[in-house]
Design a protein around this ligand. Structure first.
Ligand code: FMN
Length: 175
């Protein structure tokens, strides 16, 4: 039995009128930040996403979830090939630009892959992917893909939590 006073907890039953509170609860889970890119009917397309997750080592599978309400949904849900770029802590500008605008490649260091997918250079890690299957996920679609090639460099990740982008700190890091 603990004698410590519990911190005050908020509680919500998720439903149509409590979406903001539900998001607040979900936002306690910190994630990295990625930019997913693909070749689309209108040319190179990107989107900032934090729904990325590793799934399997053998076979090498990852997932991410495009939102059905996004104007970019169909291009990404139907993409056979795409790339997932893990954003470094000094690259918040790239994450911001692709959250606002899917065609914001001007000024980015990028080149098409051998499969025509726009590849951003300089990110912390990059996964070149081929879609294996997609599943319905409520207001999102869950895209599961095989990783054809992984590229990475040393560095610290950009982190997203509670609606804000920030930095990863080790427990004894001085502020
Ligand atoms: C940190 C962060 C994470 C996001 N994660 C996702 C995601 O996983 N899936 C998604 O569809 N949109 C995600 N978004 C939203 C898109 O980046 C983009 O803002 C949204 O699609 C804009 O709407 P539009 O596509 O209609 O222009 C995220 C945005 C931010 C800032």
């Amino acid at each position: 039995m603990t004698t410590e006073t519990s911190p005050e907890m908020a509680e919500v039953v998720p439903g149509p009128n409590t979406q903001k509170a539900f998001r607040d609860a979900l936002g306690r889970f910190a994630t990295g930040v990625t930019v997913v890119t693909t070749h689309s009917e209108i040319g190179p397309l990107g989107i900032t996403a934090n729904s990325f997750a590793s799934v399997s080592l053998d076979p090498p599978l990852v997932l991410w979830s495009p939102a059905k309400h996004s104007r970019r949904y169909h291009a990404f849900a139907e993409a056979t090939d795409f790339a997932i770029h893990v954003i470094g802590e000094e690259q918040a500008e790239i994450a911001s630009r692709f959250s606002r605008n899917g065609t914001a490649f001007d000024g980015c260091d990028w080149a098409p892959s051998d499969r025509g997918v726009p590849l951003l250079n300089g990110c912390l890690a990059r996964f070149e992917c081929s879609t294996v299957t997609t599943h319905d996920g409520g207001d999102h679609r869950i895209v599961i893909a095989r990783v054809l090639r992984a590229t990475w460099r040393d560095g610290a990740p950009l982190v997203f939590s509670q609606g804000q982008m920030g930095r990863f700190a080790l427990p004894d890091d001085a502020d």
